[in-house]
Write a protein that binds this ligand. Structure first.
Ligand SMILES: [Zn+2]
Length: 427
């Protein structure tokens, strides 16, 4: 993930400014669990798993949560874990999300806790997210008596393209039972953190509105008629038509999409033909579509159909457009983003909170949760102070190394957002 040109703003509200001194107690509490959190994170890093079936990861998380006053639901369709902490007094529920899956790629960090699973690596820092959410479970369990309401800890698999969050939602993640006194405990807010090497440890980045893009997969198949390369007039050649469509898609993006509500259409493969002297019958194009609003996303879908069908038919051929929907746009509720920003300011100081000018064009399946609940996702810095964020290996690199000090920061933020959302003062 990349965040460009940081703007330093973010004033604490008067209320939170008062609590600034007290928030250090929360950080001290996070640090008291840091040793165990680091050990868990390293063990997860050493034994990474991909997708929605993460048996070893799930077992490690359950062991680390053992003994805490949590109601644990083991999801059936995936390795998802929903852990519910009920405070001593009834009240609403706040959701905190941590993702647990790794990527199918080799690791070349040289860390002594490097992956022992060939071609699987925790290269997006989800091992740190899992460990910091466990750390948060310990912290909030100690504060159970001050909580009026509940905290739902969502340990999700399959963030990296497997829609693990959607599976958990479909399996009833948000069905929080009534309190013992019969009162409801609706989920009134949802928060997620994501570590990234484009910010130093101790800093966070956030924005209201669109935070991350939608991501859809495009396939266009152009069908004509094959023939002899020396007699194109007796065939219907799909190759020049495919080339024309690729060019026209770029023109479409610049001419029909509002520059202030952008889209990306990147064609990544073109396939046609088997021999230099044969006109093939078909050509196919694949690519990715990104947008940062639902409106532009759907416009791009219809414009692609127009462009592909129009060009193909102009030349007497047929185009078939297939758009496989990926994750939707991740949209932070503006009030919740402001709240998260204020909480981060109270915890970290007002120079440490970056108000991101632009969304990130990568995609994230916390978007499914934010379609159902108001909430916010925030990026937290993961680069060590002795390294340069501009040159540090980025997320998804086989060389990426995250600074584990970020975990105490993350656990403090998770805890503070949950406690503040439930009306608990930071003491
Ligand atoms: Zn990630």
């Amino acid at each position: 993930m990349y965040m460009s040109s940081a703007l330093f703003t973010g004033r604490p509200s008067a209320d939170l400014a008062e609590e600034h001194g007290q928030s250090s107690e929360l950080q001290a509490q996070a640090l008291s669990f840091q040793k165990e959190a680091v050990a868990l994170r390293r063990s997860l890093h050493r034994h990474p798993e991909v997708g929605n079936d993460l048996p070893v990861t799930r077992e490690q998380v359950l062991t680390a949560l053992d003994g805490l006053p949590l109601d644990i639901t083991l999801h059936q369709t995936t390795s998802g874990i929903a852990a519910l902490l009920t405070g001593d007094k009834p009240g609403p529920t706040v959701l905190l999300r941590g993702d647990m899956d790794a990527l199918p790629m080799p690791e070349d960090t040289g860390l002594d806790f490097s992956s022992v699973n060939k071609n699987i690596m925790h290269a997006c820092g989800h091992d740190t997210h899992t460990a910091m959410l466990v750390q948060t479970a310990h912290m909030l369990s100690q504060r159970k008596s001050s909580i009026s309401g509940r905290v739902l800890l969502m340990f999700q698999p399959g963030e990296e393209g497997h829609a693990g969050a959607q599976f958990m939602l479909d399996e009833g993640l948000l069905d929080v039972p009534k309190h013992q006194d019969g009162s409801d405990s609706p989920i009134t807010g949802a928060f997620a953190l994501h570590i990234g090497t484009d910010l130093p440890v101790g800093m966070v980045g956030i924005r209201g509105g669109s935070l991350m893009a939608s991501s859809d997969k495009l396939t266009i198949t152009i069908t004509g008629a094959g023939g002899h390369a020396s007699a194109p007039h007796r065939a219907l050649d799909p190759v020049p038509v495919a080339c024309e469509i690729v060019q026209a898609l770029q023109t479409m993006v610049t001419r029909r999409i509002n520059a202030f509500d952008p889209a990306i259409v990147t064609v990544t493969t073109i396939q046609a033909g088997t021999a230099y002297n044969v006109i093939p019958e078909t050509a196919s194009i694949q690519g990715t579509l990104r947008a940062v609003s639902a409106k532009t996303r759907s416009n791009v879908h219809s414009y692609i159909n127009q462009v592909a069908n129009g060009i193909a038919s102009a030349h007497g051929l047929v185009a078939e457009v297939d758009i496989e929907l990926g994750y939707p746009v991740t949209v932070n509720d503006r009030q919740f983003a402001g709240f998260a920003s204020d909480v981060a300011t109270a915890i970290l100081g007002d120079q440490k909170v970056v108000q991101m000018p632009n969304p990130v064009m990568a995609a994230e399946d916390f978007s499914y949760v934010l379609e159902r609940l108001p909430g916010a996702m925030m990026f937290i810095g993961g680069t060590s102070p002795d390294k340069n964020t501009a040159t540090a290996a980025p997320n998804h690199s086989n060389h990426v190394v995250f600074d584990e000090d970020a975990m105490a920061v993350g656990a403090s933020l998770y805890s503070a957002m949950a406690l503040r959302h439930l009306g608990v003062r930071l003491t």
